[in-house]
Design a protein around this ligand. Structure first.
Ligand code: PGA
Length: 266
């Protein structure tokens, strides 16, 4: 994955690398369904404690089960009316009503099932004419919103260790930016597109610095082929080569995973 903000090498003199690293809390549950439930309960607790929470939402296969449980919580009386939402990323270019666009994904899997105010749901515009201008605009939106109370993340496939669309080599200082997608990510995301349809070649993504700006981070690790990446991220060297390892510079990270994904943890 190439980014516009390539500070690729691991510079041991970089001030961020001299900061204290933390140990994320690890929650290992027997099944993916239990992971969904635990993650949903975390979000529900957040919204009960602070009804106007600002939450960063993720897309992909990982959070779908959790979103179904949040919709169920709403049917059982939980209100999201005051919640503010900002998404991690969006393909570019893409029509925002395309079923695989993250804007449509969020409407289909969560927002149309809860009482959140659509005016409080922020996501980069995949149909913007200029990707760099849109990245700057979305960064402004995030700056206005301030510090998320909770940021939800998945983990990228294989050896990418990506968080949002921040692949290997993304700077810890990165803000919202445009990235060209690598082959592994395109292949992994092909399943969301119709036969014969191509995955867009790029995306707009929150940067690592945006993610680390949250009060609290919850990374959900589910799906096939994440075991190597979760071990690399939690036990390997902290470096920009494995963006998820940079989460260990944040003092309040919880990683929720099923036993299969935890099987390679050393
Ligand atoms: P997935 O993707 O949830 O579809 O596995 C996660 C990610 O790429 O961050």
């Amino acid at each position: 994955m190439s980014t516009v903000d390539q500070k690729v090498s691991v510079n041991p003199l970089h001030p961020e690398f001299l900061r204290q690293a933390y140990r994320p809390k690890e929650i290992i549950l027997p099944t993916p369904e239990e992971v969904d439930r635990f993650a949903a309960e975390t979000v529900i607790e957040q919204v009960i404690q602070k009804p106007n929470s600002y939450i960063t939402f993720a897309t992909g296969g990982t959070p779908i089960g959790m979103y179904q449980l949040l919709a169920e919580a709403h049917r059982n009386g939980l209100s999201f009316a005051d919640v503010v939402a900002a998404n991690l990323d969006e393909y570019w270019p893409i029509d925002t009503s395309h079923p695989a666009s993250y804007a449509q994904f969020m409407r289909d899997t969560l927002f149309s099932h809860i009482d959140i105010d659509p005016r409080n749901c922020h996501i980069p515009h995949g149909d913007a004419r200029n990707q760099y201008e849109e990245a700057a605009k979305y960064q402004n939106v995030l700056t206005q919103l301030g510090k998320p109370d909770l940021t939800i993340l998945g983990l990228g496939p294989g050896e990418t260790c990506h968080i949002a669309f921040n692949g290997p080599g993304t700077s810890i200082d990165s803000s919202v930016h445009y990235v060209e997608l690598d082959e592994e990510t395109i292949e992994a995301n092909q399943r969301f597109f119709g036969p014969g349809e191509s995955v867009p070649t790029g995306a707009l993504t929150q940067g690592v610095a945006n993610i680390l700006n949250a009060q609290k981070i919850m990374m959900i690790v589910k799906g096939e082929g994440k075991a190597w990446g979760v071990n690399r991220s939690l036990r390997g060297p902290i470096s920009e080569e494995a963006p998820a390892s940079l989460l260990r510079f944040h003092p309040d990270v919880t990683v929720i995973m099923d036993e299969e994904e935890a099987s390679m943890l050393s």
